[in-house]
Design a protein around this ligand. Structure first.
Ligand code: LRH
Ligand code: MN
Ligand code: MN
Length: 407
């Protein structure tokens, strides 16, 4: 790498005691799954703005995901949502993905868009509705097997709007029964990721409202059940990186849905609102990876499923996805520049300001030259966003017209 800026960066990081080759290796190994629904018209409670060029079916969503992967080198897998991505032949879908250099990742059941589920799916007081919901969960486990995916990722919209509306504990028991049936259907090596959210669509109580409930449910189910942290699913001021550290230590952190929030579950571009939080999440993960005294925690950290769950309604879909990914890569790169020896020493000496500075100084490093170098070594464009706009792909997809897939 002859770039002067890169040379300066490398010199500076060597002075800080950073092993740049190791940092580059980690950056090249970073993989983040994109959601099929992030390519469709989506992302608002109030109106779905129809855009020209949006994919018309799951195959075209994969086409767009393949472009993103080609430009970033970060996204070899795509999460699907059933029935949004329902097809007659899932083997054909996974073969199509493979032909584009992709694979199908997490399979997401959808228990929130049918009239039957208005008052709950697996927590509905009507046994027939509960059965229908369990059948759908089992169908999704089968789809995961068919497409060769090892993750079923469940978010439950169930909840109530009014005190007294339903029996909260009965609903808890029904939920646990349904998830136990789903869990039984998993093959060894498959994982059930349980995603929580404190409100919306329900506004009084939500059956899986927070990480503690998701964690407890996962523990009761067994070792193949883990918690999924969607960064937008917490109350204002929640310390998400603390939750991450706790779940890592308990060996139950299964994955992430990355996005940004300002107020509620806003699904904005990752890193757009609070990039420091994203960096601090990676700090906790990297700390866990270094923890030789807790191999179970290290192993958990190693297999975290990183996924994007960003899909707002005003920005063009593919560039928004690229922006989210580049932000993930940027804040991961910064976290890789933490001087661990210095930090551990400051912590051991209980030097509050030196320890804080150690973490913050990594965040303040400019990683642009590093990312340019890494992308060159990965054979992807130095500036994937610019390359996308220059690629002509936006013109090409105009032929799809308006009114593609939405949810
Ligand atoms: C719920 C959620 C969940 C869904 C997705 C579309 O708010 O985060 O992950 O599957 O949005
Ligand atoms: Mn989510
Ligand atoms: Mn969400």
């Amino acid at each position: 790498m002859s770039d002067i800026q890169y040379q300066a960066f490398e010199t500076r990081q060597k002075e800080r005691g950073i092993d740049i080759e190791a940092v580059k290796r980690e950056l090249k190994a970073l993989k983040v799954e994109t959601p099929s629904w992030g390519y469709g018209d989506s992302g608002t409670r109030f109106k779905v703005f129809k855009k020209v060029g949006v994919p018309r079916d799951p195959f075209e969503k994969l086409d767009d995901a393949a472009v993103v992967h080609k430009l970033t080198g970060l996204t070899p897998s795509v999460a699907i949502h059933i029935p949004w991505d329902k097809v007659d032949d899932y083997t054909q879908l996974s073969e199509y993905a493979a032909s584009l250099g992709l694979r199908i990742g997490a399979v997401n059941p959808n228990l929130f868009q049918e009239d039957d589920y208005m008052l709950g799916s697996i927590t509905n007081a009507d046994e027939n509705v509960r059965k229908k919901a369990v059948d759908h969960l089992l169908e999704c486990v089968e789809i995961a097997k068919e497409v060769g995916s090892d993750i079923v990722s469940l978010w439950l919209a169930d909840g109530t709007n009014y005190p007294g509306q339903a029996d909260i504990r009965k609903r808890k028991h029904w939920m646990e029964e349904a998830l136990a049936q789903t869990y039984q259907a998993l093959e060894s090596g498959m994982r059930l990721l349980i995603e929580y959210k404190f409100f919306e669509p329900a506004f009084y109580h939500t059956d899986l409202a927070d990480w503690g409930m998701a964690y407890n449910t996962a523990v009761k189910l067994g070792p193949q059940a883990e918690v999924l942290v969607d960064t937008g699913h917490h109350a204002q001021g929640t310390n998400v990186e603390h939750i991450v550290a706790y779940l890592l230590d308990e060996e139950r952190l299964g994955g992430f849905h990355f996005n940004s929030r300002k107020y509620a579950d806003d699904d904005l571009i990752v890193g757009a609102i609070n990039p420091y939080e994203l960096f601090l999440i990676f700090y906790q993960i990297l700390a866990a990876l270094r923890d030789d005294e807790h191999p179970g925690t290290q192993q958990t950290a190693r297999r975290i499923a990183y996924m994007i769950d960003q899909s707002h309604n005003i920005e063009p879909k593919i560039p928004a996805m690229i922006r989210s990914l580049l932000n993930v890569q940027t804040y991961y790169a910064k976290a890789l520049l933490i001087q661990w020896d210095e930090l551990e020493d400051a912590q051991a000496k209980q030097d509050v300001l030196r320890a804080e500075a150690c973490v913050r100084e990594a965040f303040e490093q400019d990683v642009t030259p590093l990312l340019h170098a890494v992308r060159e070594e990965m054979n992807v464009p130095r500036d994937p966003m610019k390359a996308f706009y220059e690629s002509g792909y936006l013109d090409k997809i105009q032929e799809r017209g308006v009114g593609g897939a939405s949810w």
